[in-house]
Design a protein around this ligand. Structure first.
Ligand SMILES: [Zn+2]
Length: 241
C-alpha cells in the first residue's frame, strides 16, 4: 500500500494475519471512513520515519488496513485499506479489475510449454522479445531494465549473460499487469504507466533512516521512491508496438 504521508514508503506487509505486537491486544473499536474497525498498537517499524502507524482489524481479527499519523502532528493522518486485488491495495484505487484470465491465455500452447518446462522461472526473459512488459505488484515501482546486443539482437535482464556488445535499451512496451499467479489485471482508464525511473539516491537515504530492527519481519519492509519527472506515458498501446 502506498503511503500518503511518505511518498517514498510502500507498506508491503499486507498479510491479513494479526501482527505479533497486536497479538494479545484487547482493541477498542474506532470508525474510519465510516467503517468500524479495531485499532492495533503503534507499529515500531515506522517510528524512524516519524510515522505513527496502527493496523486496523475486523471483528475476526483479520487485518484490513492501517491508519498512519504524522508523529509530530496527529491531525495529519491517512487511512489505507486492503482491497480484493493486489493492484487496488497497492495503489489504493478500487477501480483495478481482474480480467479473469491468466497470461497463459495469451500464449500459444508451445510458448506455454516452454514456460512450463523451466517451471515459470524465466517468463520475464521470454517476454523480452514481445511487445509487452510484464508488471507485478512487487515490481510496479521498479520496472526491470532491458539490455540488447546490437549485433545479434539478443535481449537480457542483466549484462552478465549477454554478449560483450550489450547495451541498455529503452523499448516501447505495453504493460501487462499480473499478480503472482499470472492472472491479468486491467488498469483504470486514464491511469499512468508504472514509473520507470527509480530515484536511487532518495531510496538509499530512506533505507538508512528506517528502523534498524533486525527481525525478519522488519527486514521485509521495502521502500521505493517515486519520481515525478519525466512525466510517464499514458497507458495506451504504443502505436509502434
Ligand atoms: Zn550478441
Amino acid at each position: 500500500m502506498l503511503s500518503r504521508l511518505r511518498k517514498e514508503l510502500i507498506y508491503t506487509d499486507t498479510d491479513p494475519d494479526v501482527l505479533e505486537h497486536d497479538d494479545d491486544l484487547d482493541a477498542e473499536m474506532y470508525t474510519y471512513e465510516g467503517r468500524g474497525v479495531y485499532r492495533g498498537r503503534f507499529d515500531p517499524r515506522y517510528t524512524s520515519l516519524d510515522l505513527d502507524v496502527h493496523w486496523l482489524y475486523d471483528e475476526n481479527s483479520k487485518r484490513v488496513g492501517l491508519v498512519e499519523y504524522e508523529s509530530g502532528d496527529f491531525n495529519k493522518s491517512s487511512v489505507l485499506w486492503y482491497y480484493d486485488n493486489p493492484y487496488s491495495t497497492l495503489l489504493q484505487d478500487p477501480r483495478w479489475k481482474s480480467q479473469g484470465k491468466t497470461l497463459w491465455s495469451m500464449l500459444s500452447e508451445e510458448a506455454y510449454q516452454d514456460c512450463l518446462e523451466d517451471d515459470f522461472k524465466n517468463v520475464i526473459e521470454r517476454s523480452l522479445y514481445s511487445p509487452y512488459r510484464l508488471v507485478f505488484p512487487s515490481t510496479y515501482h521498479n520496472p526491470y531494465e532491458v539490455y540488447e546486443c546490437s549485433k545479434c539482437g539478443k535481449r537480457t535482464l542483466t549484462l552478465e549473460n549477454g554478449c560483450p556488445t550489450m547495451k541498455k535499451v529503452a523499448l516501447s512496451y505495453s504493460s501487462l499487469f499480473l499478480d503472482d499467479s499470472f492472472v491479468l489485471y486491467e488498469a483504470p482508464t486514464g491511469s499512468q504507466e508504472p514509473l520507470g525511473v527509480v530515484a536511487k539516491r532518495r531510496q538509499s537515504v530512506l533505507e538508512e533512516r528506517l528502523s534498524p530492527l533486525h527481525s525478519p519481519e522488519f527486514q521485509k519492509l521495502e521502500v521505493v521512491s517515486h519520481s515525478e519527472s519525466p512525466a510517464p506515458p499514458q497507458l495506451v498501446p504504443h502505436p509502434h508496438s
